[in-house]
Design a binder for this molecule. Sequence first.
Ligand code: THU
Length: 133
Amino acid sequence: MKNNLEIIEAATVARENAHAPFSRFKVGAALLTTGNEIITGCNVENASYGLTMCAERVAIFKAISENKKEFVKICVVADTDALTPPCGACRQIIWEFCGDVEVLMANLDGETETFQISELLPKAFDAGFLDAK
Ligand code: THU
């Protein structure tokens, strides 16, 4: 399996493609599949700010569009001292498509921290509730 350094490197390279002219906050993401493939994403902003798509969701939607559906971990890289976690919307999407995966956060200084998505999104709402009644 690809190691964390390789995954962080992939997210760091993807981060360079960030389209972030409004926030100037570049984010890269890398998703590791159970098939040991890495699928990357970067944030893509829009002049209509609310249409902005985060790096994590770009990576996940790319993967789904390529019929890759099983994941081991997702990595998020940004240039911050306090490591950047996925936003609330991304946590929901990660839970929905990846299950209880590892979330690896890293910055450009090589600092890292790892959580399970279930720690970042406790008591998640998901499809299970839709079958409740
Ligand atoms: N952003 C991400 O891409 N991922 C995160 O985990 C946090 C926020 C983006 C959205 C927006 O383009 C910029 O960072 C500032 O919020």
